[in-house]
Design a protein around this ligand. Structure first.
Ligand SMILES: Nc1nc2c(ncn2[C@@H]2O[C@H](COP(=O)(O)OP(=O)(O)O)[C@@H](O)[C@H]2O)c(=O)[nH]1
Ligand SMILES: [Mg+2]
Length: 240
């Protein structure tokens, strides 16, 4: 540590990690008590929202989980999270949503969390072209931080500010195609397409989960077949 600023920063980061950890433990405790009362969710996924500062990540999370919107900008420190459930085709999906800070000084904390998420929303501001140009940078960094198979969606926010828009639908959907993601435009302010954004990503996650399960079962079958045939060969040797 070189100076007082570094020390202050380390204290803030350590404090923030402690708060996040405590909230996570409280949440786990709550979930355990709830489990006795109600049926477990059919699926549970962790989803991170990533993008430049002020693109509306916290607003998206708050609109989806609490249905509130705040006009004032309060920068997120490190990582914040909330849980919310969805019902899709009679199945309950528990979503653990991680709202990350876009500020560079928190990058290390943010990327420590990337390694545990199943899905990721890359959010940009439709009225700020730089936030769109930076999506590729966020994706590259994200990929460096995870070995998991993650599902992504590209999301353009602030669709209500039609006059100030600097990113066209065509431009954004071309990038999404190139990056092999779905694309959707939302307004956290007017509550437009908020649920759809999470539903689209969740459907992808369920499909991937089912595919992986199927693959797993096939491999198990293959293994048990191999075991049986090895045993059969051994027995035939005994006979001779
Ligand atoms: N007009 C409009 N403003 C928004 C929208 N979403 C967020 N904002 C505003 O954009 C600013 C930054 O939002 P915030 O969620 O804190 O961004 P974050 O840094 O990515 O978490 C705040 O002043 C919000 O009120 C939106 O859909 N439309
Ligand atoms: Mg924020």
């Amino acid at each position: 540590m070189n100076n007082e600023n570094d020390f202050d920063y380390a204290v803030v980061v350590a404090g923030n990690m402690q708060v996040v950890k405590q909230r996570f433990l409280d949440n786990e405790k709550q979930k355990k008590t709830k489990m006795n009362k109600q049926k477990d969710s059919d699926y549970a996924f962790k989803i991170a929202i990533i993008g430049n500062t002020s693109s509306g990540k916290s607003s998206l999370m708050k609109r989806f989980t609490e249905d509130i919107f705040n006009e004032t900008f309060v920068p997120t420190i490190g990582v914040d999270f909330k849980t919310h459930s969805l019902t899709l085709d009679n199945e309950t999906v528990n979503l653990n949503i991680w709202d990350t800070s876009g500020q560079e000084k928190y990058e290390n904390i943010v990327h420590a969390y990337c390694n545990v998420v199943h899905g990721c929303i890359f959010l940009f501001d439709l009225t700020d072209h730089q936030t769109f140009q930076d999506v590729q940078k966020w994706l590259d960094k994200f990929k460096q931080s995870t070995q998991n198979e993650v599902k992504y969606i590209l999301v353009g926010n602030k669709a209500d500010l039609i006059e100030q828009r600097t990113v066209s639908f065509e431009e954004a959907s071309n990038l999404a195609k190139k990056l092999d993601m779905q694309y959707i435009e939302i307004s956290a302010k007017l509550n437009q397409n908020i649920d759809n954004c999470f539903i689209q990503l969740t459907q992808d996650l369920i499909q991937q989960h089912l595919k992986q399960n199927q693959q797993h079962k096939l491999e198990e079958k293959k293994d048990s077949f191999q075991l049986k045939s090895t045993a059969a060969i051994k027995n035939s040797f005994k006979f001779w």
